[in-house]
Design a protein around this ligand. Structure first.
Ligand code: ADP
Ligand code: MG
Length: 576
């Protein structure tokens, strides 16, 4: 260990950058927020290679004088707060004065800025935190910041960047959030010069959502009337009853113009929808809360993404009250939530598999998955269950079955057994590369949010191997032309969205094919979980036989027991 000393400024900045700038989207976020704080009415964002090569944010805001520009690159230099007590009343995005010096310390950074009252602007060029030059620069009023070669000065951090697709998806999502949250500002987002979206100033909210988020989502929501009470105001757009998502990606909450993660708000929204969407899922919602800044603590997360309310319960109750009043009114009057007809699908056809599989004809065209999936029967003299000597005695509460066994009595959970059988069947297909896929007569179309689309692009081959067939047509629009045998067309879009979200969340698990197949099969069976009471008595014995052909008949893929057995010895003891 050396002597204790104070870190050199640039080293301190690079360390701070570790917290503020976790990925390219975080740079865009800081720059965007500065533009908004500077009163911009137009913001243009450009990036290339997921932001790794270049990011540029240009605004028509207040600009800075040359001496301010220089100061803005010094640590803890901010024009937004002066004293700690100002933290109780934050009305701006920034306040720590950390972003610019941090970003400039880990990139090649160009700042050009000019206040409207000045004849010309200034340009400062910084590389890895070292100022290379500062000179006069002719430009329109406003500020333009360019960040090139992010993390080149700190190569260790380059390793943590994800693919261009993924980083780009994060940037797009972020800019969408801010564009939606700020109707007073016009946004233009471009990737490699290609326009991704443009949101005109002051357009009606639903139109903005359509421009920014896409047509499909805009059709699934309806505008809510503004709800105001006890100093709080809620407005926005809410998903129709029945519309749900497996993640919170499209449960967007904005507080005083700041897109945030708030458990309290997400929980309140989900609560309000609890009778309208399936359990464990999230509603689709874009809501804007206006509240006295003194009631909000934004200083709890390094990137200020999470916030806390001084009185969480009060906010939660307010939101539940607001949403319920809207939903109730809508449901009663039955207007405002136009019921969009679900496209009628002709159902999947039984079709030839991608490679010859003998049991294809056993894949039914019925809307329900086969209960006992066709397992290629190994050459055994007697069926395992018969050899096992289990005799069906009857059903117990429908979803269980009771058996006499050579050594006692067994109770089988039909749902868990079904899951085990289906799980191994799916895995077996993956391993044998003999996947049964069902082409759809009418392909489904789906619009994905960018992160999901990027996952689909990166992991496309895995999904094709699982029996899906996707085709991209236009940015973030996809056609689904075939599904694995275990997935129902009616269920498919929701399953795919959930799957992609899960894949994005558990990147590691889906990186290696073997793990990916396992994870996918688990999701599939979780989905396919049927209540035991839909299993006919005649099918129970088939299920038992299939179960005992699996590698682990004793548990479902999640580890729950499939059956319990009480031996004769145990019973005798109980009776003695
Ligand atoms: P903070 O936003 O926390 O104050 P930053 O490092 O992000 O810290 O910015 C430092 C200062 O630089 C800001 O307080 C502001 O005065 C100035 N600044 C940054 N970006 C802009 C911009 N786009 N237009 C005008 N001023 C800006
Ligand atoms: Mg800032």
């Amino acid at each position: 260990m050396g002597k204790i000393r104070i870190l050199e400024a640039n080293v301190a900045n690079q360390i701070a950058a570790g917290e503020v700038v976790e990925r390219p989207a975080a740079v865009i976020k800081e720059l965007l927020e500065n533009s908004l704080d500077a009163g911009a009415t137009r913001v243009m964002i450009d990036f290339s290679r997921g932001g790794k090569a270049l990011m540029r944010v240009e605004d028509d805001g207040s600009g800075m004088l040359p001496e301010e520009a220089e100061l803005s690159l010094a640590r803890h230099a901010t024009s937004k707060i002066r004293q700690a007590k100002d933290l109780d009343q934050i009305a701006t995005f920034g306040f720590r004065g950390e972003a610019l010096p941090s970003i400039a310390s880990v990139s090649r950074f160009t700042l050009q800025t000019r206040p409207a009252a000045e004849a010309h602007g200034v340009e400062i060029l910084v590389n890895g935190g070292k100022i290379l030059h500062q000179k006069d620069h002719g430009m329109a009023p406003g500020t333009r910041i360019e960040v090139a070669n992010l993390f080149h000065p700190v190569p260790a951090r380059l390793k943590f960047l994800k693919s261009d697709e993924t980083e780009s998806a994060h940037i797009i999502r972020l800019v969408r959030l801010y564009a939606l949250a700020h109707p007073e500002v016009g946004f233009l987002l471009r990737e490699d010069g290609r326009e991704i979206f443009r949101s005109p100033r002051q357009a009606p909210l639903l139109d903005r959502l359509r421009e920014i988020w896409g047509r499909q989502v805009a059709e699934e929501v309806t505008l809510m009337p503004v709800f105001e009470r006890s100093g709080m105001k809620l407005s926005g757009m809410l998903g129709r009853p029945g519309v749900s998502r497996g993640t919170r990606q499209e449960l967007v909450t904005v507080v005083n113009g700041r897109p945030v993660d708030s458990r309290t708000m997400a929980f309140a929204l989900t609560e309000s929808y609890h009778t309208l969407i399936p359990k464990g899922r999230y509603p689709l919602a874009f809501v804007f809360l206006e509240i006295d800044p003194a009631w909000v603590d934004v200083n709890v997360h390094p990137a200020k993404r999470e916030i806390r309310f001084r009185d969480e319960a009060k906010v939660r109750n307010f939101i539940i009250e607001a949403i319920l009043s809207v939903l109730r009114a809508k449901v009663e009057s039955d207007v405002g939530f136009p019921v969009v007809p679900t496209p009628t699908l002709p159902g999947a056809l039984p079709v030839s598999p991608m490679s010859p599989v003998p049991s294809v004809s056993a894949v039914p065209a019925s809307p329900l998955p086969p209960l006992v999936v066709p397992v290629s029967v190994p050459p055994v003299s007697a069926s395992p269950a018969l050899r096992l000597g289990w005799r069906l005695l009857g059903r117990l509460r429908e979803e269980r079955a009771v058996f006499e066994t050579p050594t006692g009595v067994a109770i089988l959970d039909l749902g868990a057994a079904h899951q085990r059988v289906l799980y191994e069947k799916i895995l077996e297909q993956f391993q044998g590369q003999q996947v049964i896929s069902q082409p759809l007569l009418v392909p489904l179309t789906m619009e994905l949010e960018p992160l999901a689309a990027s996952v689909l692009k990166e992991r496309g081959t895995l999904l094709t191997a699982a029996g899906f067939n996707f085709e991209e047509y236009g940015r973030n629009f996809w056609r689904v032309a075939a599904l694995p045998f275990w997935l129902e067309p009616d269920d498919a879009l929701t399953f795919i969205r959930d799957l992609l979200a899960e894949m994005a969340r558990r990147e590691g698990d889906f990186g290696k094919p073997s793990l990916a197949y396992d994870a996918l099969a688990k999701l599939a069976v979780h989905r396919a979980r049927r209540k035991g009471d839909t299993i006919a008595d005649a099918e129970v014995m088939e299920l038992v036989q299939a179960l005992f052909r699996t590698t682990q008949p004793g548990t479902c893929p999640k580890g729950r027991k499939t059956y319990w057995e009480w031996t004769d010895g145990e019973m005798t003891r109980r009776f003695s």
